[in-house]
Write a protein of this length. Structure first.
Length: 300
């Protein structure tokens, strides 16, 4: 579990001690910010003391989630800046949804986990029964936007000529981009939203006719985003349906992996997708020092 923070000088401090008094001359972040970025949900366990994971946690690697709850670890609080933005983003839209009398940020289980972002009625079916659209909000970087929807460069790019401030003609290479379904990797998004859909339909006896994700691009408008073919600041895209059988089987199997990890003490290693082809191990995993695979990757 999260017990320590990494200070700007590289030393670590217990979370409770940091919240009480900064060990340096002044805080690296305000106390409310520290409290927010270190606030974590209370874990849920079954009768045998095995961790029961939420939908989003089940999409992570079993070893990652197991080690996070079995070992103490430290984070740099600034590493959670984007999570803070995402949380505030959700809260602002939730307030407007409630003002408009729309269902939003409702838990689909008995605890406060598995919360969908927005449910809107969208007409009626042939039997004059209301049908709904389910929306999830994301704050993503342009890299994830391009990867999820298969935005790729088409060809080497064309030369675009222009005149510089000295009147000299120059050119730059301007890439053109296309969206290819075969290059898209929307697995996590589709699994998450389809599980929420299944839970919603069962809990409220309704029919979800469409799913969509509304994305705010964190680096939208910057050159890096444009170089990836991500030109918009926000996207609103349809999410494909996945069969109930496949979705339920996937999440059942992932929870069984976690149960087995607690029973045996040997968690299943994160697969290549879950560890981002080892990129997560190299610089984005909070518990890498407790993971044999992560240490091997970092040591090269």
């Amino acid at each position: 579990m999260l017990t320590q923070l990494v200070c700007p000088d590289g030393d670590k401090i217990l979370l409770a001690a940091c919240q009480d008094t900064c060990r340096l001359r002044h805080r690296c972040l305000t106390l409310p910010t520290i409290m927010k970025v270190t606030d974590e949900r209370v874990p849920v366990f079954d009768g045998l003391g095995r961790l029961q994971l939420s939908t989003t946690a089940l999409l992570n690697g079993t070893q990652y989630e197991y080690l996070k709850h079995r070992h103490d670890y430290a984070i740099n609080p600034k590493s959670r800046a984007f999570a803070l933005l995402g949380s505030d983003h959700h809260q602002a839209l939730e307030r407007w949804a409630h003002l408009l009398d729309l269902q939003a940020e409702e838990s689909l289980t008995e605890d406060d986990r598995n919360m969908f972002d927005l449910l809107e009625q969208e007409g009626y079916d042939d039997a004059i029964r209301p049908v709904y659209v389910l929306t999830d909000y994301k704050t993503w970087g342009s890299f994830k936007v391009a990867k999820t929807f298969g935005i790729v460069a088409e060809g080497p790019g064309a030369k675009v000529y222009y005149t510089d401030s000295y009147g000299k003609q120059r050119y730059r290479t301007q890439k053109s981009f296309v969206t290819r379904k075969e290059d898209a990797d929307a697995f996590e998004l589709e699994m998450q939203m389809n599980r929420y859909r299944i839970m919603l339909e069962a809990k409220h006896s309704i029919s979800v006719a469409r799913m969509q994700v509304q994305i705010t691009v964190r680096d939208g408008g910057l050159q890096m985003a444009r170089q990836r073919g991500v030109d918009e600041l926000m996207y609103n895209e349809f999410v494909d349906f996945v069969s109930d059988v496949d979705v339920n089987q996937y999440f059942h199997d992932k929870q069984q992996q976690m149960n087995a990890a607690y029973d045996t003490g040997e968690p299943t290693i994160c697969n290549p997708r879950e560890r981002w082809d080892d990129m997560r191990c190299r610089g984005y995993c909070e518990i890498v020092e407790h993971c044999w695979h992560g240490r091997t990757v970092k040591e090269g």
